[in-house]
Design a binder for this molecule. Structure first.
Ligand SMILES: CC(C)(COP(=O)(O)OP(=O)(O)OC[C@H]1O[C@@H](n2cnc3c(N)ncnc32)[C@H](O)[C@@H]1OP(=O)(O)O)[C@@H](O)C(=O)NCCC(=O)NCCS
Length: 149
């Protein structure tokens, strides 16, 4: 996995990010959403994983006081199971530690066992449910937290 590079996302990456977004989510974010996050949202930070100069995954977060709120994490379907999700979540934990922030949180679909397993592996715990949070399918969200010591 040493040939995976993690770096900040820029506007130039959005085409490749959108391709992964559309392959990964039933209600994908639009180009405008990513542009606005990168250009206008002062609280946001977007990172990506690249392999041989190809974007293979990405993650977004909002840095709110001493908490990181993860907005999205996705890996290209052809590149899953290679440890890229691990690298992205490890990087988020590193950002949290480096900035002396207290905790990381996210919502995940109740049925998304793969993502839940990834987060549990990284020390997240299931702390609550938001009933019907996902309006496309009315699915519940599981709220997960990781407290940094
Ligand atoms: C969730 C996702 C980001 C994982 O990325 P990935 O690069 O395939 O994950 P990794 O290869 O780094 O695996 C890390 C951990 O995830 C979990 N995982 C990955 N693939 C899995 C699978 N097929 N079944 C169960 N758990 C799995 C495991 O805990 C794994 O750790 P392990 O290899 O030590 O068992 C990826 O599946 C994805 O993009 N899914 C669609 C988008 C999505 O659901 N995002 C999360 C929104 S909250």
């Amino acid at each position: 996995m040493s040939n995976i590079n993690i770096r900040e996302m820029t506007e130039k990456d959005i085409d490749q990010v959108l391709e992964i977004e559309r392959l990964s989510f039933t209600t994908p974010w639009s180009r405008d959403a990513f542009e606005s996050e990168i250009k206008k949202n002062l609280l946001s930070k977007y990172i990506l994983a690249e392999k041989n100069e190809q974007v293979v995954g990405y993650a977004g977060m909002w840095l709110i006081v001493d908490e990181i709120h993860i907005t999205n994490v996705a890996v290209h379907p052809n590149k899953r199971g290679e440890g890229i999700g691990d690298k992205l979540v490890s990087k988020i934990s590193e950002i949290c530690r480096d900035r002396d922030m207290r905790a990381i949180t996210l919502e995940v679909r109740k049925t998304n066992d793969v993502a839940k397993s990834l987060y549990i592996k990284h020390g997240f715990k299931e702390v609550g449910i938001r009933p019907g949070y996902y309006s496309d399918t009315n699915e519940d969200a599981i709220i997960m937290w990781k407290e940094l010591g």
